[in-house]
Design a protein around this ligand. Sequence first.
Ligand code: SF4
Ligand code: SF4
Length: 261
Amino acid sequence: MKFIETNDLSDIRGRMLNGSDIFEFRCHPGVSCFNLCCRNLNFFLNPYDVIRLKQNLEISAGEFIEKYTDIIVRPGNYFPDVLLRMADNAEKTCPFLTEGGCRVYPDRPQTCRAFPVEHGLYYDAAKNQTSLVHFFRPPDFCQGRHENTARTIASWEADQESAFYNQMTVRWAEVARLFQADPFEGEGPNGQKGKMAFMAVYNMDAFRDFVLNSSFLKRYKVKSQLRMKIKSDDVAVLKLGMAWIRMFLFGVKVSEITLKR
Ligand code: SF4
Ligand code: SF4
């Protein structure tokens, strides 16, 4: 998911797709470029991607972050990006690419599901409105666009089972966009609050421990439906983490959590 802040979408590379627009695409093991797209990637992972991948690999979120990612802070942003670290080989392949294909395929990240479509969150500053935009932009080597299979955004989402990924990514993108302003009062994202915020959304196992084993639940009232799921549901922990960031760092009123009086 990318943030696009422009009043002129025509300056963005790729073909913009609206609701009923058709694009031709099919990917299958018979294409000459099979798996060529799974290498040398600048691959940004969203929090929900981490949930699915760490569950697939049967490791904790902390272990996943340590073993498979690089964390970077881009200039002008106050929240780190989490990049999937490519394998240390000549082709810099995705760490999950094997001779037999993708070894995490049922839980592959949203970017892989959407490819070669890219989704973006378009923020219209004049109207203060956010909307989803879609661009079809296969790289030159991608032969799938010559396969004569008609798709729409909706049919592609159904084919790739990506509806929930998209929902969670939009939800996260709306939180991440807030970090274009500095909520850390000079402390930076590596200070105490920054580390807490990172844990709240990317290390859901550690955040769950923190919520259940600190004074968190004495200080905050968590909506009962959400609270009941925290022990066993990573998505519930992530939703709580995102709501907590909005409230704690940005003073936004949220429905999921309130400060106890
Ligand atoms: S490059 Fe395109 S057609 Fe080839 S494997 Fe990747 S997505 Fe499929
Ligand atoms: S996660 Fe799977 S589909 Fe995505 S780049 Fe890696 S090997 Fe390819």
